[in-house]
Design a protein around this ligand. Structure first.
Ligand code: CA
Ligand code: CA
Length: 225
């Protein structure tokens, strides 16, 4: 065993991909790799931010090489024992992926696996229909305008997706948004600006819009799930 380890260690750079990457250890992890990102605790730059990768390891390798991957920029970080199922890579950003290459000997020759890479899991994107402040149904009704006015002035329930209550799209949520919805419903006023004409009849339809991070959208609207 020791002799084979030495062989793999000695030859691994010469035998690095593309020579052997598509052979050998194609399925060393049972369920792929999962990653999570931990930002710098003091929030002042990324010196101590980390990305941790975990995986199952049903067939331990001789060793595993660990890389940080940013776009197409692959940077070697370190080599860890083949029995590991977790590694933490430092000085990463949320955009970084951790890439692993598993090495072993096959018939006395050293093989590296294809790269297994993962990035932090993006939070799910909530979607909303602009103008539908209460998030119920498929388009604004008088109840959604009343819901927003209740929230603004009477301490009513918080909207599931605050951005949706900005019916006229001016960036503020206020009384004019309730008026805008009522004008749309009863006076032939324009629909909310984020609606698009989904069926081609030249009339904008209630449209699910993915919320941006700053949109304060805690849950998807019922019709957008
Ligand atoms: Ca508004
Ligand atoms: Ca339409």
């Amino acid at each position: 065993m020791e002799q084979r380890r030495t062989l793999c260690g000695r030859d691994r750079h010469r035998l690095r991909w593309p020579i052997h990457r598509q052979r050998g250890r194609q399925s060393v992890t049972d369920e792929g790799i999962a990653c999570s990102f931990t930002p710098d605790p003091d929030g002042e730059g990324g010196e101590t931010s980390t990305t941790t990768a975990t995986w199952t390891n049903r067939d331990p390798s001789l060793f595993i090489e660990v890389y940080a991957l940013l776009g197409t920029d692959l940077v070697f970080r370190n080599t860890i024992a083949g029995t590991n199922t977790e590694v933490t890579v430092r000085n990463t950003t949320p955009e970084h992926q951790v890439a692993l290459e598993f090495f072993t000997n096959v018939n006395g020759d050293c093989y590296g696996s294809p790269l297994f890479a993962c990035g932090p899991t993006a939070p799910p994107t909530n979607s909303y229909i602009q103008g539908m402040c209460n998030g119920v149904g498929t388009g604004p009704q008088i109840t959604s305008a009343v819901f927003f006015l209740n929230f603004l002035f009477l301490g009513g329930a918080e909207p599931p997706c605050m951005k949706a209550c900005d019916s006229n799209g001016d960036g503020n949520g206020d009384l004019s948004d309730g008026v805008y919805v009522l004008a749309y419903l009863f006076l032939g006023g324009p629909p909310p600006s984020l609606w698009v004409d989904g069926d081609g009849d030249l009339v904008p339809d209630p449209t699910c819009t993915p919320a941006a991070a700053e949109d304060d959208c805690k849950a998807s609207h019922e019709a957008c799930r």
